[in-house]
Design a binder for this molecule. Structure first.
Ligand code: HEC
Length: 481
């Protein structure tokens, strides 16, 4: 104990450490700062986990398009490489934690009006940190270099190519050339490991400095508006009356919450393991339907659900609008009430945004726009065939993959329209032409199907009519004499 203290005294004397760290630990903070204030430090702890596990992972990751996938597979083997397995898991759940915590931190700061005068720059540097956190998630996923990753690069390049004027330049820059390959992987590696982390360090430093410089915002109280003319003097007085030293009176909650988060991350990594790699990338397979990691899934869902013509505009304009709103916020409302009890619109907008993200996310999980490749054959009572030919057509409907995209009576995928009553809509010829020539987002079957099969399939689809099947319950029946 004595030796420890003597060592510390020596280090402190020769470095002046305590004059640097002292104010950080002792500076007074508002006493009422409770659990709602822990998310910022939790984000930072998650980031530290990412730095540590990321450095460790980079030591075993091979940045070559031919070997990256295999090197990750070796890293994810719980039997031969338990440490790699744990580290990869922690890097994944740590990323999830960082996204969740940065989101909660933003919501809390917004609802508490903590971005108002004089903390506008805290908010702006936070917006940058939020954006680069998502960029880390995206570039990190690509390093897996499986089919999903490679497909995501295609998507990102195709999307950025749509930006006016500079678009093709950005796409070229992202892909590091004209085709996706080893150079692309190196480029994303450099972004994920050097470039974006450097931005994070700079802005995190600024962010933390600002937190200490302006002090932690006091818990808001309804009827105590912020007035830029008097705020600083008032805050100073407030701290003198209600301040407590940051350590340990306020910081213990950060420590407890942060430690709990680390434990949860480790448990998840150990028991659930790192995310499974997709298939190795296959450049000949254009038709993969990727699912990005959960925190990017809702963005993907939004893009997939947009009609094709709108996509081009939204991809470009959407992020600009969202960014502009986030940047403008502290300038539009930097004074007045801070308490959420007096800011119903703030509460409403948080609820609306969370509901939007939530429902997009559910859509993303169900992914109705992707074919369902394990559609079960139609049950007999649905087929209800009156001849062997129709029976065969029903089987072809499943074996030819129609059912991956089309449902009948609820059995099958949702990428194409339901065909439960296709005979009410289309004639024999129209159905046959659809199958032979294909449609938008539907392959043409002309070269893949014999005339006999086509005929059986069309016979079967001709039985799909709600008028015939349920003459009494179908309201459309009222029109037929
Ligand atoms: C990859 C998914 C996919 C597969 C596989 C597929 N379809 Fe389609 N199909 C679609 C889509 C999407 C549409 C709607 C296209 C449009 O809006 O023009 C469609 C439209 C149709 C239509 C017209 C429906 C209407 O109401 O206008 C018919 C009939 C049809 N498909 C039959 C089939 C048959 C039979 C098969 C199997 C041989 C099949 N489809 C395989 C995606 C698919």
């Amino acid at each position: 104990m004595k030796l420890l203290k003597a060592t510390w005294d020596w280090i402190d004397d020769r470095t002046g450490m305590s004059t640097l760290l002292g104010p950080v630990f002792d500076h007074p903070v508002p006493a009422g700062a409770k659990w709602a204030y822990v998310f910022g430090s939790a984000t930072m702890i998650a980031f530290i986990i990412q730095v540590v596990t990321g450095i460790a992972l980079s030591a075993s990751f091979v940045t070559s398009s031919g070997e990256a996938y295999a090197s990750l597979q070796a890293l994810s083997d719980p039997v031969n490489n338990p440490l790699g397995y744990l580290l990869r898991g922690m890097h994944f759940y740590g990323a999830s934690a960082m996204v969740i915590m940065v989101g909660l931190h933003m919501i809390q700061v917004f609802l508490y009006g903590a971005y108002k005068y004089p903390r506008e720059m805290n908010w702006l540097s936070g917006v940058v940190l939020f954006a680069v956190t998502l960029a880390m998630g995206f570039t990190g996923q690509l390093l897996r270099w499986d089919d999903i990753a490679v497909w995501s690069v295609y998507l990102a390049a195709a999307m950025s190519a749509k930006v006016p004027i500079v678009g093709s330049g950005i796409a070229h820059f992202l892909v590091a050339g004209d085709t996706i390959g080893g150079a692309t992987l190196s480029r994303f590696f450099a972004f994920h490991v050097f470039f974006i982390p450097a931005i994070i360090f700079v802005f995190l430093g600024l962010h933390l400095w600002l937190v200490i410089h302006h002090g932690i915002s006091e818990p808001p109280e309804a009827g105590r508006p912020v007035d830029p003319k008097t705020y600083r003097a008032w805050y100073h007085q407030y701290l003198e009356k209600h301040g407590v030293p940051f350590w340990p009176d306020a910081a213990w909650r950060d420590v407890v919450f942060g430690l709990a988060m680390v434990v949860v991350i480790m448990l998840l990594s150990w028991f659930w393991g790192p995310p499974h790699l997709g298939h190795p990338p296959d450049p000949t397979l254009v038709e993969v339907y990727p699912k990005p990691d959960w925190y990017l899934l809702w963005i993907f869902a939004a893009l997939a659900l947009l009609p094709g013509e709108l996509e081009e505009i939204v991809v470009f304009v959407g992020p600009v609008i969202i960014g502009a709103i986030l940047v403008a916020l502290p300038f539009i409302s930097n004074r007045g009430e801070r308490s959420w009890k007096r800011r119903p619109w703030a509460v409403a907008s948080v609820i609306i945004i969370l509901m939007m993200i939530g429902s997009l996310w559910i859509q993303g999980v169900q992914a109705p726009w992707t074919p369902s490749f394990n559609a079960e054959a139609l049950p007999q009572q649905v087929v209800n065939a009156s001849s062997a030919e129709i029976q065969r057509g029903a089987e072809l409907f499943n074996t030819q993959g129609c059912q991956n995209c089309h449902a009948i009576a609820g059995y099958g995928g949702q990428r194409g329209p339901s065909l439960s009553n296709v005979a009410d809509r289309l004639t024999r010829e129209q159905i046959a032409i659809s199958i032979l020539n294909g449609r938008r987002n539907m392959p043409a079957y002309a070269t893949m199907m014999s005339p006999e099969d086509l005929s059986a399939l069309v016979d079967f689809l001709q039985t799909r009519s709600e008028r015939q099947a349920q003459p009494h319950t179908n309201p459309a029946g009222a029109n037929t004499p």
